[in-house]
Ligand binder design. Structure first.
Ligand code: GDP
Length: 223
């Protein structure tokens, strides 16, 4: 997976240069295996078809990085990747796909809850939304989980190449209103053009640099 099938040369100004990528394994069931929570972690969430695999491939500059999450038997798993031996990306299963059985889709919420509660080193979640669509009930359920856990969330609107620049800004305003999220918290992204890749990489690096165990809350609680 570390083979140099890079789709763009890395530049000195790249906020996130990928030196190594290793698939660690998948969490397949509630309270099932997950890697020891040692390294800081970033999770990626969104409904099926939102463009999550395409975004991950663009982010790490590998054409087929996220393919593992699409292989039969792994699409409902939470798949973990060690990046640069420094941090972990957790690819959460896409939700809201009509074709999966009712039983499997009802397991999604408890899976995500189980994951979120067992991830003490989780530094942030990248929540994807298709720029053309309003948030679904499943999106709102996901956001409720995140609010419960209190994890910082980056909102990425995907497939922005499908709209004009002005229309993208309008959609971000609208989505921000609907979700009660300030528009500065949104990143406009396109896997087709690469727009937003460096901005997202920089935001992720920013989240990874924060250490919640060293924040003022710990002091307030006398720890
Ligand atoms: P996932 O199910 O969330 O992993 O979504 P995929 O990455 O597999 O993308 C779903 C579909 O949307 C595919 O047909 C992609 O080619 C397409 N897609 C993903 N990202 C973009 C984008 O930025 N622009 C355009 N035009 N299409 C995209």
């Amino acid at each position: 997976m570390t083979s140099p099938d890079s789709d763009a040369p890395t530049s000195a100004s790249d906020p996130l240069v990928i030196r190594s990528l290793d698939f660690m394994g998948g969490m397949a069931e509630i309270d099932g295996w997950r890697p020891d929570a040692v390294l800081p972690e970033i999770a990626f969430a969104g409904r099926s078809n939102v463009g999550k695999s395409s975004l991950l491939n663009k982010l790490v500059r590998r054409k087929a990085f996220a393919r593992v999450s699409k292989t039969p038997g792994r699409t409902r798993e939470i798949n973990f990747f060690r990046v640069n031996n420094e941090f972990v990306f957790a690819d959460l299963p896409g939700y809201g796909y009509a074709k999966i059985s009712r039983e499997r889709s009802s397991a999604w919420g408890p899976m995500i809850e189980s994951y979120l509660r067992r991830s003490p080193t989780l530094r942030g979640v990248v929540q994807l939304l298709d720029v053309r669509h309003d948030p679904t009930d499943d999106d709102r359920t996901m956001l409720d989980f995140l609010a419960d856990v209190g994890v910082p969330t980056l909102f990425v609107v995907t497939k922005t190449d499908k709209l004009s620049k002005g229309a993208v800004s309008g959609r971000i305003l609208e989505l921000g209103k609907q979700l009660d999220v300030p528009e500065e918290q949104f990143i406009a992204f396109s896997a087709t053009t690469g727009a937003g890749r460096d901005e997202l990489a920089e935001a992720i690096v920013g989240l990874l640099g924060t250490d919640p165990s060293a924040d003022s809350n710990a002091e307030e609680h006398g720890e």
